[in-house]
Write a protein that binds this ligand. Structure first.
Ligand code: NAP
Length: 282
């Protein structure tokens, strides 16, 4: 069976609109600012999508488009402005930033309670100690798909391919919190296909088109493909060879219309939750 990430994200978007209306009735409008530095083509597409989704949800939605020559100090000052602005509950700096800007400094500058991407070290720490505040959207979206499709993780063997801070490490933490037995693999892992074949749940986030073939997948496994790559014709493809892996997996996400739409849906959900929290604190 194919996991319909797009369909699930659409359902979430509809229910979010209703929740936002209710919050607005209490005088609070969730606010999200996305900051884009430079003119990276892929980033421009991601930012446009986020802007559209936030507007559709009824948020106060702002995009700050800055030239690639923007100094680190100017970017940090802009972040601080939005840290102070109580109309905004989410601040997101689209990565990557130009090389002359230190991305770690940028992530540290965002107030953890407004860090809707969940990349601030404090949010990473809170996730690791099992008390999460803001969770990175892609892994959060994967967990939502498990819930929607009745995938129970307790006691299962879960294997993650990729150890990035954005996907691999946080999804491992989240699955561990749901009592899966988790193995994280990476480019130095020996006998990767053999390790992957142990998985009841296989999450792939490496950034190499069609890398995972059916030799990596146990019969009946759940396969989540995070990868977004372009093939030689410019077509969007995942890290998993969908056509052949589909034959062995019990559940699998497609690319596109799998993990991608859920990532944006979770970003909106977290901004809304941030707004709700700020309301209960004021
Ligand atoms: P990343 O930061 O580049 O990390 C890639 C990871 O894959 C690294 O840990 C690397 O291992 C590992 N890796 C690379 N080649 C490998 C190999 N041959 N065998 C085993 N492991 C290998 O990537 P990322 O940010 O996690 O993104 C991964 C993919 O997901 C990309 O295609 C990205 O575009 C996509 N993505 C999609 C979404 C979405 O919303 N759908 C969100 C985020 C990312 P080492 O650590 O040893 O180098």
């Amino acid at each position: 069976m194919i996991i319909d990430g797009k369909g699930l994200a659409d359902i979430m978007a509809e229910s979010l609109k209703e929740k936002v209306k209710e919050l607005k009735n209490k005088g609070i409008t969730p606010g999200l600012v996305v900051i884009l530095v430079g003119d990276d083509t892929a980033s421009q597409v991601y930012v446009r999508n986020k802007e559209r989704r936030a507007t559709d949800a009824g948020f106060l939605s702002t995009v700050e488009r800055l030239p690639s020559s923007t100094s680190e100090a100017a970017l940090l000052a802009l972040i601080e402005k939005y840290n102070q602005d109580t109309r905004y509950h989410g601040i997101l700096v689209q990565l990557p930033v130009p090389k002359h800007i230190n991305a770690d400094k940028v992530l540290l500058a965002i107030r953890p309670e407004k860090d809707v991407d969940g990349f601030h070290p404090m949010n990473v720490g809170l996730l690791n100690v099992g008390n999460p505040l803001m969770i990175p959207s892609t892994p959060a979206g994967i967990m939502e798909m498990f819930k929607a499709y009745g995938v129970d993780l307790a006691g299962k063997e879960a294997v993650v391919i990729g150890r990035s801070n954005i996907v691999g490490k946080p999804i491992a933490q989240l699955m561990l919190a749901e009592n899966a037995t988790v193995t994280i693999t990476h480019s130095r892992t020996q006998n990767l296909a053999e390790v992957a074949r142990r998985a009841d749940i296989l999450v792939v986030a490496i950034g190499r088109g069609h890398f995972v073939t059916k030799e990596f997948v146990k019969e009946g496994a759940v396969v989540i493909d995070v990868g977004m790559n372009r093939d030689e014709n410019g077509k969007l493809i995942g890290d998993v060879k969908f056509d052949e892996v589909q034959q062995v997996a019990s559940l699998i996400t497609p690319v596109p219309k799998g993990v991608g739409p859920m990532t944006i849906a979770m970003l909106m959900e977290q901004t809304y939750e941030g707004a709700k929290r700020s309301a209960s604190q004021s």
